[in-house]
Design a protein around this ligand. Structure first.
Ligand SMILES: [Zn+2]
Length: 286
């Protein structure tokens, strides 16, 4: 444990998880709350909203260590974004490779990189600034449906992806893509969800043995504490009705089985639990 690790825990069964933040960026607050009226969300963000009406979004990544190998979940925005993009996004590093190194994890020790989806703020760290593979030994796992949308030509859908960058890693992506649910290492499973993007997936870690805990990373279906309400979906969600349905069913399982939940973009208290609250859920930070 050191200051480069935001949070870490043992889940049992010689399975450990470390949360490493690959910097922060800023997103328009109204867009993050989608259909929810400002009157309802204003009070939740008074401390962080900036003069441009943006919220601070952390780039939360997980390093999962199991007896079978190391999985990195998410890669953040990366180190290849130009100054204009950096300024526009309010992006402040370090990108994932130096962030991991500072936390004591060497990039060539990663066996699998699993990404919830391929939007710019999740798949940006696959290459070094020089264009080399940032995780030279790793397979990279996103859903096949996500690769097809990301490299497709629907102008509404591709706006959140950086196509030139993704084309550079297309072969790498195709070699590892998942079609549906798949256990990528014993105890680490990707579960397709759709909703936020066509091929969005959750990553679930189940530690083996008695007392083993389960941890879920729901990607951008659960960015911030208020995402616990299945009906509160962002304007970035390409298929919002799917988001509402899949959130309701996954969050029910997480609440009933006491899973540890890690939020994808919460900066300060990103780890906690989902609790049933009338017809919805509430996120309670640890
Ligand atoms: Zn995101």
């Amino acid at each position: 444990m050191n200051e480069a690790v935001h949070w870490s825990a043992s889940l049992g069964g010689r399975t450990n998880v470390a949360l490493v933040q690959a910097g922060t960026f800023r997103s328009d607050a109204g867009t993050l709350f989608g259909p929810v009226p400002r009157l309802l969300w204003d009070r939740l963000v008074v401390d962080e909203i900036d003069p441009d009406n943006r919220l601070l979004q952390a780039l939360n990544c997980l390093l999962v260590e199991t007896p079978a190998g190391r999985v990195l979940v998410e890669t953040g925005i990366g180190g290849r974004i130009d100054d204009k993009g950096r300024a526009m996004r309010g992006y402040d590093g370090p990108w994932i490779v130096p962030a991991l190194e500072r936390a004591g994890f060497m990039p060539d020790s990663v066996d699998v990189v699993a990404m919830s989806h391929l939007h710019f703020d999740h798949a940006g760290g696959l290459l070094t600034p020089e264009g080399e593979r940032a995780f030279p030994r790793a397979a990279i796992v996103a859903q096949r449906a996500e690769w097809e949308i990301a490299l497709g030509d629907n102008p509404r859908l591709v706006a959140s992806y950086v196509q030139p960058e993704l084309r550079l890693v297309r072969d790498w992506g195709e070699a590892g893509w998942a079609e549906g649910e798949r256990e990528i290492l014993p105890g680490v499973t990707v579960v397709p969800t759709g909703g936020h993007s066509a091929g969005h997936q959750a990553i679930v870690v189940r530690a083996a043995g008695p007392g083993g805990r389960t941890l879920a990373f729901f990607g951008d279906l659960c960015m911030r504490p208020w995402s616990a309400n299945p009906r509160w979906v962002t304007a970035f969600d390409d298929f919002p009705l799917d988001s509402v349905l899949v959130k309701a069913s996954l969050f029910a399982q997480a609440a009933d089985e006491g899973w540890i939940v890690v939020l994808s973009h919460e900066a300060i208290h990103p780890v906690g639990r989902l609790v049933r609250d009338r017809d919805r859920f509430r996120f309670e930070a640890d």
